[in-house]
Design a binder for this molecule. Structure first.
Ligand SMILES: Nc1ncnc2c1ncn2[C@@H]1O[C@H](COP(=O)(O)OP(=O)(O)OP(=O)(O)O)[C@@H](O)[C@H]1O
Length: 282
């Protein structure tokens, strides 16, 4: 068994998530393999409805996957009781909801939010320093309802990063922010990763993708490609050998079928029509 230094914090294999709808279940995740490592910032991108928020909810241990396996520090989450999951979420996971106010305690001031989270995590902090990191010292006594959207987001990020916890999950943290506030929020999340957290965010925002160590691309509930640092984008191949072609390649295969040629060092996909023409010409 690998030790903590090499083992991912979260290791998901063939993750499946279904939601009931009047016309039958929607497959929000259709067999996603994903590894999330400590000290890295991962951005999950993809079109609307591709499964980003669903994957975040599963990784944040807020939803149990309908299928597949998710391991947290090597332990399958299905082996954890509700109480253990609740304790993990409270002490070790910071979650920043798509609407930041949803993750804040409405009756607590900005300062008290930080103190409460520090207490829940068993990690004493100086609330003034925590708020100062995101330019909120002067709003320390304000309730969430009295804060602007950008201030709420800064408070949600500052609070989620208290400790820091093992894992910080953020759903579109910069969606409605101007450049200066987005920089502040992304800078805090980046530092959180450098301080040892695994940070995962869902985003449509190029500013957020630019600061990520790893970018995962989802399409139709499938992990289609990933990118690590400055290395090029690689297509994901799942355990069954499935690859999701880029959208622009689909026009080459109007019948939805391909001839697959496996060579010593590469694989070619040809439209059956083109492959026939080529054979006749040979
Ligand atoms: N609670 C739910 N009940 C029914 N269907 C759902 C539910 N939550 C998500 N879905 C469906 O699951 C699929 C994935 O949704 P999800 O919110 O994860 O996508 P997303 O990539 O985060 O989208 P967006 O970028 O618009 O936030 C969509 O088809 C969505 O309609």
């Amino acid at each position: 068994m690998p030790d903590d230094a090499t083992r991912p914090l979260l290791d998901g294999a063939e993750l499946l998530q279904l939601y009931p709808t009047p016309t039958g279940p929607t497959q929000a995740l259709r067999g996603v393999d994903v590894r999330i490592r400590t000290g890295t910032l991962t951005a999950i991108t993809g079109p609307s409805g591709s499964g980003k928020s669903t994957l975040l909810a599963v990784l944040a241990l807020r939803e149990r996957p309908a299928g597949g396996t998710l391991r947290h520090r090597g332990v399958p989450v299905t082996a954890l009781t509700r109480r253990q999951l609740q304790r993990l979420r409270r002490r070790h996971i910071g979650y920043i909801a798509q609407r930041p106010a949803h993750g804040l305690f409405p009756q607590l001031s900005a300062r008290a939010q930080v103190e409460q989270t520090a207490w829940l995590r068993g990690k004493p902090v100086d609330p003034v320093a925590v708020l100062g990191d995101v330019g909120l010292v002067e709003r320390a006594d304000a309730l969430p309802a009295a804060l602007s959207g950008g201030e709420q987001q800064r408070l949600a990020v500052a609070t989620a990063c208290v400790g820091p916890p093992d894992l910080v999950i953020a759903d579109e943290p910069t969606a409605e922010l101007d450049d200066a506030t987005a920089d502040l929020v992304l800078g805090r999340l980046r530092r959180c990763a450098e301080q040892g957290a695994a940070v995962v965010l869902a985003t449509h925002d190029a500013r957020a993708v630019a600061v990520a160590d790893v970018v995962l691309h989802l399409r139709h509930g499938v992990l289609s490609a990933e990118q690590h640092g400055t290395a090029g984008r690689t297509a994901a191949i799942d355990g069954y050998g499935r690859v999701q072609l880029p959208e622009q390649a689909l026009a080459l295969f109007p019948g939805g079928r391909a001839v697959v040629e496996v060579h010593a060092d590469h694989v070619r996909l040809l439209s059956p029509d083109r492959s026939g023409i080529r054979e006749e010409g040979e």
